[in-house]
Write a protein that binds this ligand. Structure first.
Ligand code: A2P
Length: 270
């Protein structure tokens, strides 16, 4: 069996494909962040990013979050009283600007992130929709398995990309740590022992085996290597079911500081 991610791609609805595993890179937001949702900002912002990356195009371009913030170069805009400066979201208009970037050849595929079912339907049912979202990047791991959103996305040929697939860094300044640490879970560790793997590898294998792309983040070279060594074992159907049963339906990444934004995605059940 191959130990490389290069041979493990899954098809996207637009004819392209995506590796089933990628390297998570989040540390600070960059351009296209939610302060650049206004349609006229989308292409110039993307062109700036392409210049920074010295690329002619990117494979996948996503709306990172459905909540728009005051336009500008300040990533987390607040007023003088510390109140968040929201901006009126028009997700369909932003989406049309993304479609134009794909038509111009600057992007191969288009996706979204942190969208709930209603927000996905807003795009899917948009009159004159040219390009469907191929992916929705959301929190997804054995303690938050996303059964309903996953089913909905599968029905619409939208691939789920799992962020925080290892259960986050558990930084209490932005992570809800009411659930225990995922990688300390007894079942995941006993399965790791059985396959001579770590709990992290079992967790990642669980998602890719059910068609969910994973983007684990690590700053440690050994752990980065470890996270990609998940193509030489497989979990049985019963083990997959047992892991699914670990679901607690509690998010680690709640983004509660923005819960009064009109497009806060996590009030809905899914
Ligand atoms: P580190 O960068 O020190 O490796 P997520 O992708 O779920 O947000 O998780 C990221 C966190 O998980 C980071 O704190 C990262 O720390 C840690 N991590 C990444 N890979 C592994 C691994 N194989 N085993 C244990 N912890 C890991």
């Amino acid at each position: 069996m191959y130990l490389s991610a290069a041979y493990h791609r899954i098809p996207l609805s637009d004819g392209n494909s995506i590796p089933i595993i990628g390297l998570g890179t989040y540390s600070e937001p960059r351009l296209l962040w939610a302060t650049h949702h206004d349609p006229q900002m989308v292409r110039p912002t993307l062109e700036r990013t392409l210049r920074d990356l010295q690329l002619d195009y990117v494979d996948l371009y996503i709306i990172e979050i459905p909540m728009a913030f005051k336009p500008g170069d300040e990533f987390y805009p607040k007023d003088e009283n510390g109140k968040w400066l929201y901006h009126k979201s028009n997700l369909c208009a932003t989406w049309e600007a993304l479609e134009a970037c794909k038509d111009a050849g600057l992007v191969k595929s288009l996706g979204v992130s942190n969208f709930n079912r209603r927000q996905l339907e807003l795009i899917l049912n948009k009159p004159g929709l040219k390009h469907k979202p191929v992916s929705n990047q959301v929190e997804c791991h054995p303690y938050f398995t996303q059964p309903k959103l996953l089913k909905f996305c599968q029905q619409h040929d939208i691939v789920i990309i799992a962020y925080s697939p290892l259960g986050t860094s558990r930084n209490p300044s932005w992570v809800n740590v009411s659930s225990p640490p995922l990688l300390k879970d007894a079942l995941l560790n006993s399965l790791g022992k059985k396959y001579n793997k770590t709990a992290a590898q079992v967790v990642l294998r669980f998602n890719i085996q059910r068609g969910v792309v994973v983007i684990p983040k690590s700053f440690n070279p050994e752990r980065i290597k470890e996270n990609f060594q998940i193509f030489d074992f497989s979990l049985t159907e019963e083990e997959m079911k047992d892991i699914e049963d670990l679901n607690k339906n509690v998010r680690f990444v709640e983004m509660l500081m923005w819960c009064d934004h009109p497009e806060y995605p996590f009030h809905d059940e899914y």
